[in-house]
Design a protein around this ligand. Structure first.
Ligand SMILES: Nc1ncnc2c1ncn2[C@@H]1O[C@H](COP(=O)(O)OP(=O)(O)OP(=O)(O)O)[C@@H](O)[C@H]1O
Ligand SMILES: Nc1ccn([C@@H]2O[C@H](COP(=O)(O)O)[C@@H](O)[C@H]2O)c(=O)n1
Ligand SMILES: [Mg+2]
Length: 216
């Protein structure tokens, strides 16, 4: 079962409340999920969104990789799962996301590469008790994703043709239904992920500008 600190749900009190003083107002966080196939450019665009709109970027894959190389009880499960291009149990991933959210002063979160499955989505809603304001979907043809992943040079264990084939199958079988779910809820923004990084960001920018405008 989850440790006590992960069962609090949202909205939670920020960590500084533990230090005493006036309790802060409980503010519902602004959550954006960033979806798309492997190599569609999620991380690249998230960096630009952070720079321009000041969100906290939480890449589920990065959190899992960090956990994998730490002295974690989940290390070998994560290593095996990522090597096969499969999905790590949701409880593990949501716990890592929640830890980061609880430890952040920022209330605007870009959650990249999550939810990857209906199970991920349900676990997030159940454990964190929040829903995304909107969801970005970077729509990219398979051959372009393969080309980008195989020329990425970051030493990732899953950036090889065999694992990439599995990741694409998993994306189609488990992630597309989640994308479809948010589309039906009217929360999905589909972005054409082919073009230069700047061209793609010009599709993303107005979505966040409108969101900032709404908040005023
Ligand atoms: N518009 C683009 N055109 C060409 N290459 C791109 C573009 N955007 C990103 N890339 C490159 O493609 C590779 C994959 O991009 P990125 O890491 O952002 O994808 P991702 O969706 O986060 O992938 P993953 O799901 O595997 O983490 C990187 O090497 C990146 O520099
Ligand atoms: N919600 C998630 C996200 C990722 N994984 C695993 O990590 C791999 C790499 O993820 P990237 O987003 O960095 O491409 C992915 O293939 C999965 O094995 C996960 O299990 N659950
Ligand atoms: Mg990424």
């Amino acid at each position: 079962s989850l440790p006590q600190r992960f069962t609090t749900g949202f909205p939670f009190h920020a960590p500084f409340q533990e230090k005493g003083g006036i309790p802060p107002k409980q503010v519902a966080p602004l959550i954006t999920f960033v979806l798309g196939g492997p190599g569609s450019g999620k991380g690249t665009q998230c960096a630009k969104i952070v720079e321009t709109f000041g969100f906290k970027h939480l890449s589920a894959g990065d959190l899992l990789r960090r956990e994998m190389i730490s002295d974690s009880e989940y290390g070998s499960t994560i290593l095996d799962t990522i090597s096969e291009g499969k999905i790590v149990p949701s409880e593990v991933t949501v716990k890592l996301i929640l830890r980061e959210m609880e430890g952040s002063d920022n209330q605007k979160f870009l959650i990249d590469g999550f939810p990857r499955s209906e199970e991920n989505r349900a676990a997030f809603e159940q454990i964190i008790g929040a829903e995304p304001r909107f969801v970005l979907f970077f729509d990219c043809p398979e051959e372009e994703m393969v080309k980008r992943v195989l020329s990425r040079n970051e030493g990732r264990i899953d950036d090889n043709i065999d694992t990439m084939r599995n990741r694409l199958k998993v994306f189609e079988a488990l992630n597309l239904p989640v994308i479809d779910y948010y589309s039906k809820k009217g929360k999905l923004y589909r972005i054409n992920a082919v073009g230069t990084v700047d061209e793609i960001f010009e599709q993303v920018r107005p979505i966040f500008e409108a969101c900032e405008h709404e908040a005023k």
